[in-house]
Design a binder for this molecule. Sequence first.
Ligand code: 6PG
Length: 257
Amino acid sequence: MKTLVAQRAQVKVCDNHVEMATEASKEVIRITNGAISSRGKCAIALSGGTTPQLLYDKLGSKAFSGQVNWGAVHFFVSDERCVPLNDKDSNFGNAQREFLSKIGVPAENLHPVKNPDKAPAKAALAYEKEIKEFFQLTDGEFPKFDLILLGMGPDGHCASLFPNTKALEEKQRICVENLVEKLQVTRITFSIPTINHARNVMFMVQGPEKSKVLKEVLVGDTVLYPVQHIMPEAGNLQWLLDKKAASDFLKSGAGSR
Ligand code: 6PG
């Protein structure tokens, strides 16, 4: 694995998806245990998509799951599809099936978006209320998640912050419903300020189809993609990449050791 710095972020280039998932598992455990020892609990927002699957498998495995007191960890999602929890496309449902159901985390520590399939706008408001209560926020305050996991699509979206969608402009709300016209769906997503208030943001990106955009994101100085708005105000930002996703970035010679 190679570690570089670009755009004030730590960039780890792994040989393959397995190494990336192992490194990500170690980071999740490090951050989680650090939060528990500092504040007695940890709040993690999980990502959807396919890239984190191997991470969830590893965290749920005997090799890793015993390294954390999961009873002190609360799980949310950084975005959700408007489908029932038992739907194969549900981000929280998938994390529950692949990971959360295997680590004995108490039910009260699980924070899925409730009924996103029924009324997205209401579900987003209810999720926002649940987050405000968990973090005991006053009006206008944003939550400080200990870790927000994100993926990146080939179009440079993260969470459900897709190019040319309304949620990109959201500066007040913690999470909102977001119509994604190109997919003909509505999603629920964290807003940019919510992500930027996190203590740690970790992207996991794999595959050659993301390499061109990723190079622009890590090297370019023109904001072309939603992910370029992710710059934690005081938190730590890291990118875990596999070699295929990092190839254009590495060829650019950018990134300092
Ligand atoms: C989702 C995710 C989404 C995902 C990216 C990357 O709900 O699908 O939150 O933002 O992280 O689309 O997806 P892959 O990891 O499958 O490439």
